[in-house]
Design a protein around this ligand. Structure first.
Ligand code: NCD
Length: 313
């Protein structure tokens, strides 16, 4: 792997390698000293043009646990506010010779553009509504923790604002790639008419949700809604599509990428119920992002994930 930009670029073997490597990193997070020297002397830059809580903190933690040096850049408070372009910002930061750049931006295709301006490995931490590949990797990792390694033939329902969701696009791709049956469900105005081309079923009706092994809920992403009137009201949306105890059965696994708008796409009771594994997703985010950074920066000389990491370093 040279970059991690889209699940569409990954083979099933690459997905398996990253998840195996992530599993091998789990022990590090449980130690008292949560650090290995695997990426010592490497520099990882995080470049965030959009808000982030989970993704950014887990990338920084992942880099730190591998002993890499990190430089964080947030658009607010930087020269972007003085009119500096994406290209000039990247060229400026690339002068520090980072080994990897983790980028989140509101514009689809930003990570691909950046590959033209630097030799660093590029990791897409979310580009507009296109892709968020490390979220999909950590979600698959979490599903396997809950349901076992073999998810072939399992059913995942993705419910909510699919139209504005990069999480959904990456998640559908990775689940279809690994043989999971995917159904997307939401109001017709929030389901893209061509989403079925990714290999999922589409429904606007929640009545079949009992079939799902995993119910994956999406936030209404108002910040990306350019058209007006996509929903009659939040109350109407909640009445038809909210994930709450009346709609769930107790053995279903409930997931959400965060941030949650309690009482809108998911009831507060479900968020707080152990059946919702939202904090486990966050925890998985650190080891999966460690694995992605490791594969990009050291993978070629690392051997298989069963090679002890201290030796590989
Ligand atoms: C998502 C994102 O930013 O795409 N969050 C995340 O990365 N965990 C989803 C969202 O903002 O609703």
């Amino acid at each position: 792997m040279k970059h991690c930009i889209s699940i569409a670029d990954m083979t099933r073997d690459e997905v398996e390698l990253v998840l195996e490597r992530a599993a091998s990193f789990q022990g590090i997070s449980d130690r008292e000293i949560k650090k290995v020297p695997a990426l010592r002397g490497r520099t990882i830059l995080t470049l965030f043009y959009e808000a982030s809580t989970r993704t950014r903190s887990s990338f920084e933690l992942a880099a730190t646990r591998l002993s890499a040096d990190t430089v964080s850049f947030a658009a607010s408070g930087s020269s972007v506010e003085k009119g500096e372009s994406l290209k000039d910002t990247v060229l400026t930061l690339a002068a520090h010779s980072p080994d990897a750049i983790v980028v989140r931006a509101p514009w689809a295709g930003t990570p691909d553009l950046i590959t033209q301006w630097t030799d660093a490995a590029i990791v897409n931490a979310g580009d507009g509504k296109r892709e968020h590949p490390t979220q999909a990797l950590l979600d698959l990792f979490t599903m396997r923790q809950q349901l076992g390694a073999d998810l072939e033939g399992r059913s995942v329902w993705i419910v909510g604002d699919v139209a504005h969701s990069r999480v959904a696009r990456s998640l559908i791709r990775i689940l279809v790639l690994t043989g999971v049956h995917v159904t997307v469900c939401g109001p017709p105005t929030l389901i893209p008419h061509d989403i079925g081309a990714l290999g999922c079923d589409v429904t606007f009706d929640m009545s079949g949700i009992a079939d799902a092994d995993v119910v994956y809920t999406l936030r209404l992403q108002h910040e990306r809604m350019t058209a007006a009137g996509l929903l009659p009201s939040l109350g109407e949306y909640a009445a038809r599509y909210q994930i709450n105890h009346a709609r769930l059965s107790p053995n279903q696994v409930v997931m959400h990428p965060g941030p949650v708008n309690r009482g809108v796409e998911m009831s507060g009771e479900v968020v707080d119920d152990p059946q919702a594994v939202i904090t486990m997703q966050v925890k998985a985010g650190v080891v999966v992002r460690m694995a992605v950074l490791y594969e990009l920066l050291a993978g070629a000389r690392a051997g298989s994930p069963s090679t002890p990491i201290e030796m590989a370093a």
